[in-house]
Design a binder for this molecule. Structure first.
Ligand code: FES
Length: 250
């Protein structure tokens, strides 16, 4: 049930329209709000009633699609999962940090898409199987080994939180490394040998300084910091096994 309008909130929103603005700036609107209203709904109110030119991404409104990430008072958040009742009087909504801005709250994701592709986030089986040969079976324990990391929705909050992404834009980053670890940990997969060079590369996991803020802001409990640490460990193990002539990877 929609609660009655009971107060209003001042929302400062980052604007940037490249065809007319030299640099991003903040524009303030007053939005009537209800107890159950999300930041995304406030942005939609502005677009519907105050300024139809405001640009932002969203789709599912249920913390599933990962498209609505923004900075709320300087902290990376999903706008659909962040509620105005937790703020009083005034909030600031900006585009996710550490990404170029395409327009208003919309960031350019091209570099992330390249990083994601580089970790081959799909099952690379030992032997490809035809459909009629049936499914790949796993025990609950085998599924448990990667389940947490498969919850990533690529919302990029972890990239906005990561100080190393800010300092070194080439760093492959938390979500891509979490997905790399997810597939390397899957009993159906034999592709670790193809992925591990990404971990050990100059732009790879050893760029991470273990601040851990990526895991704090993750809205799905993925814990990318743990995945990055485990990928580092696997890389070191692979190095020493290679040194001893025993090979690495799966
Ligand atoms: Fe899909 Fe927020 S709109 S995660």
């Amino acid at each position: 049930m929609q609660h009655a309008l009971n107060e209003s909130i001042e929302i400062e929103v980052m604007r940037y329209r490249p065809e007319q603005d030299k640099a991003p700036f903040l524009q303030t609107w007053v939005v009537p709000c209800t107890e159950d209203m999300s930041v995304l709904q406030a942005l939609q109110y502005i677009k519907d009633h105050l300024d139809p030119t405001l640009s932002f991404r969203w789709s599912c409104r249920q913390a599933i699609c990962g498209s609505c990430g923004v900075m709320v008072d300087g902290i990376p958040k999903l706008s659909c999962k962040t509620f105005l009742r937790d703020y009083r009087g005034r909030i600031r909504v900006e585009a996710l940090a550490n990404f170029p801005i395409e327009r208003d709250l919309v960031i350019v994701m091209d570099s992330f898409m390249e990083k994601l592709e580089s970790v081959k986030p799909w099952i690379i089986p030992k032997e490809p199987r035809a459909l009629e040969q049936g499914e790949y079976r796993q025990t609950p324990a085998q599924m448990e080994a990667y389940a947490q990391y498969s919850a990533c929705i690529n919302c990029l909050l972890c990239y906005a939180a990561c100080p190393q992404v800010g300092l070194s834009p080439d760093f492959v980053g938390p979500a891509a490394l979490a997905l790399l670890h997810r597939y390397n940990s899957d009993s159906r997969d034999a592709g670790a040998g193809e992925r591990m060079p990404v971990v050990g590369a100059e732009s790879g996991a050893f760029h991470c300084t273990a601040v851990g803020y990526c895991s704090e802001v993750c809205p799905k409990g993925v814990d990318p910091a743990s995945a990055v640490n485990q990928a580092k460990g696997a890389s070191v193990r692979e190095y020493f096994l290679g040194f001893l002539g025993k090979g690495g990877g799966k």
